[in-house]
Ligand binder design. Structure first.
Ligand code: CP
Ligand code: NVA
Length: 312
């Protein structure tokens, strides 16, 4: 299984505007086909390998089901089951797995780990979440926003909470598609400055406005979409208690949402902690689209797999 010109998907920023739009369009098409019962198995014979160093429900099942629906197969690997867990190098693991499977998805900690995998792999590598980025999730989010709100360049997204992997992928996405993005985090939890710097020029070109504030109300004013995420991400479990205090004023609740447009939608990548980052009334209320968003993981994974596997 050797692809010469491999197309990785490690960050949203690494793909061109054209590629992002192409994959979104493909996902809409694949979703419509599935809804009308059309079976298209053009990844028949292809195998996806998935390495998980952290837990997963949506990413694992949507990738696996997506691959099966397209006629391919998927192998789920926990890093502890691999020799990787006993110290075999990332480079050797990447080279060996490239002999068996056609595409690799990895969920890990530091982003440099997936970059090392990609550098040594002879096959496309897809980022299934690192501490710094969650590109496949934000692609599913763009798909969802398009469905509910249409043209992404006319949409204001308010991201409330931690300046984490989700925030970073949203920043890169906003710059690509010309979206208005207002991020509100507690002081000290702002997104990575380098990522902000890197998107400045592209944001100017696409007409995106990306603002960072410590005031959640200011971010939410006139928003079409309100997004939040857990206050303590995977790997930050020991900070859970401290973060409960720090983030208390950043809860997405009825009061905060009253500043958004009256037809705003609420999104959350899930898993969620009800009554922490979001109240039950909002996440289970009429504005919430979190389960459609979760469903869209499936359609976008299929479009991503399609694109990287057919890339020449
Ligand atoms: N949203 C998301 O990535 O969920 P999982 O951790 O369940 O994959
Ligand atoms: N920011 C969260 C997202 C989970 C899908 C985490 O990294 O744990």
């Amino acid at each position: 299984a050797v692809t010469s010109n491999k197309k990785h998907f490690l960050t949203i920023g690494s793909w061109s505007q054209k590629e992002i739009k192409h994959v979104l369009a493909k996902a809409h098409e694949l979703k419509a086909m599935q809804k009308s019962g059309i079976i298209q198995q053009d990844l028949k014979g292809k195998i996806l390998g998935m390495i998980f160093e952290k837990s997963s429900t949506r990413t694992r099942v949507s990738f696996e089901a997506g691959m099966l629906q397209l006629g391919g197969d998927a192998i789920h690997l926990k890093s502890d089951d691999l020799q990787l867990g006993r110290g075999e190098s990332i480079e050797d693991t990447a080279k060996v797995l490239s002999q068996y499977v056609d595409v690799l998805m990895i969920r890990t900690y530091g982003h440099e780990i997936i970059e090392r995998f990609a550098a040594s792999a002879d096959i496309p590598v897809i980022n299934g979440l690192t501490d710094e980025h969650h590109p496949t999730q934000v692609m599913a989010d763009l798909l969802t926003i398009e469905e509910y709100k249409g043209d992404l360049s006319n949409v204001k997204v308010a991201y409330i909470g931690d300046g984490n992997n989700m925030a970073h992928s949203f920043i890169e996405a906003a710059a690509k598609v010309g979206m208005e993005l207002a991020i509100a985090t507690p002081p000290g939890y702002e997104p990575n400055k380098t990522i902000m710097q890197e998107v400045l020029q592209e944001a100017k070109q696409t007409g995106a406005t990306i603002t960072i504030t410590n005031d959640p109300t200011q971010a939410v004013v006139d928003a079409d979409v309100i997004v939040t995420d857990v206050w303590a991400s995977m790997g930050q479990e020991e900070q859970q208690q401290e973060r409960l205090q720090t983030f208390a004023a950043f809860q997405v609740n009825e009061t905060l949402c009253s500043f958004a447009k009256s037809d705003y939608i609420f999104m959350h990548c899930l898993p969620a902690h009800r009554e922490e980052e979001v109240t039950t009334s909002i996440i289970d209320g009429p504005h919430s689209v979190v389960f459609e968003e979760a469903q869209n993981r499936l359609h976008i994974q299929k479009a991503i797999l399609h694109y990287v596997l057919n890339y020449k």
